[in-house]
Design a protein around this ligand. Structure first.
Ligand code: ADP
Length: 228
């Protein structure tokens, strides 16, 4: 495989298994895919096919056991823990099905909280918090706590928190699954707009044809392998 920085990820012959007691569960049995930068990519497939496992490897949450994964041309197998932490902290934004917001903090404080650890100046933090709340359409709701927000608004806060990092990729495990179709559609419109305007890449697992309709590339996984 040629190392190519135009690709965000290059995945070759990726194999991954979990160990459960003395049993091995083969979650990925050979995944091959190249993901270009600045695109919206979905990962689809039946339940248990390996979608979340692949996403967790791309997000540096699970290690590369066998095969090769390049992140912007860098071989993930040779990244030490320190480097992985730095990449997760600075380059990758995460969004989740259940939002994972801090309940006692307002929308604005949720967005600011993780930025403070990034060593940015006060002015830069303020600019990023305000900018990301505005692009997520949350300005008027910025003082509200998660319990005062709808599901769609909570996911927007999570997206604002992710984009405030200015990451090169936002990774989400079924981020619209707990939202109704209309709200999920609006969240997808927001993510598609980010790809367009900020050139951020977005990679999502999904079961939903509506979510797939927004993608420039769909990776279909069946029994731990990429098909087609
Ligand atoms: P999907 O996201 O497509 O539903 P997963 O990647 O979650 O699939 O799971 C792929 C396979 O790995 C399944 O057989 C699942 O049961 C198994 N698996 C997932 N996570 C774990 C884990 N932490 N320990 C053991 N087996 C797991």
């Amino acid at each position: 495989m040629k190392d190519n920085k135009c690709f965000l990820y290059q995945v070759e012959d990726l194999v991954f298994s979990y160990t459960l007691g003395n049993q091995r569960v083969e979650a990925l049995r050979g995944v091959n895919v190249a993901i270009p930068a600045s695109s919206l990519v979905t990962i689809s497939g039946p339940s248990g096919s390996g979608k979340s496992t692949l996403l967790n490897i791309l997000g540096l949450i699970e290690p590369v056991q066998e095969g090769r994964v390049l992140f912007r041309g860098e071989d993930m197998k040779w990244m030490g823990e320190k480097r992985k932490n730095l990449v997760r902290k600075l380059e990758i934004g995460f969004i989740f099905q259940q939002f994972h917001l801090i309940p006692v903090l307002s929308a604005e404080e949720n967005v600011r909280y993780f930025l403070v650890r990034q060593g940015l100046s006060k002015g830069e933090i303020k600019e990023r918090v305000e900018g990301s709340l505005e692009s997520a359409g949350l300005w008027e709701h910025r003082k509200k706590k998660p319990s005062e927000l709808s599901g769609g608004q909570k996911q927007r806060v999570a997206i604002a928190r992710a984009i405030a990092k200015k990451p090169c990729v936002i990774i989400g495990d079924e981020p619209t699954a707990s939202l109704d179709q209309k709200t999920g559609f609006e969240v997808m419109e927001l993510l598609a707009r980010l790809v367009e305007t900020e050139k951020t890449s977005v990679i999502l697992t999904t079961h939903d044809a509506m979510v797939q309709s927004f993608s420039q590339q769909n990776i279909h996984i069946q029994d731990g392998t990429t098909c087609g």
